[in-house]
Design a protein around this ligand. Structure first.
Ligand code: ZN
Length: 75
C-alpha cells in the first residue's frame, strides 16, 4: 500500500510544507502518537501535527510509521 524506498529519510515535498525558519525542504526524522518531528538542512528541527502537510496525516505520518514498522521487523 505504501511502497517506500528502504532506509531513506522521508522528505516532505515543498508543496506540502517547508521549514518555518528558512523555507527549505524538511525531512521527517521521528514520529509519535500525536506529532511528527521534522528536520531541515539549516539545522532547525521541531514538532508538527501529524496532519500538518495537508494530507490528513495519511501520506507522511502513516508512511513514516509503516517504514518504522518495517525496520522493527528486521531486528
Ligand atoms: Zn530550514
Amino acid at each position: 500500500m505504501f511502497k517506500m524506498q528502504k532506509e531513506r529519510p522521508m522528505k516532505v515535498s515543498l508543496k506540502d510544507g517547508s521549514c518555518r525558519v528558512c523555507g527549505g525542504e524538511l525531512t521527517i526524522v521521528n514520529a509519535d502518537d500525536s506529532a511528527l518531528e521534522v528536520e531541515c538542512e539549516c539545522g532547525e528541527s521541531y514538532l508538527v501535527a501529524t496532519d500538518a502537510f495537508n494530507d490528513g496525516g495519511m501520506t507522511y505520518y502513516v508512511g513514516f510509521l509503516s517504514e518504522q514498522m518495517k525496520c522493527d521487523d528486521a531486528t
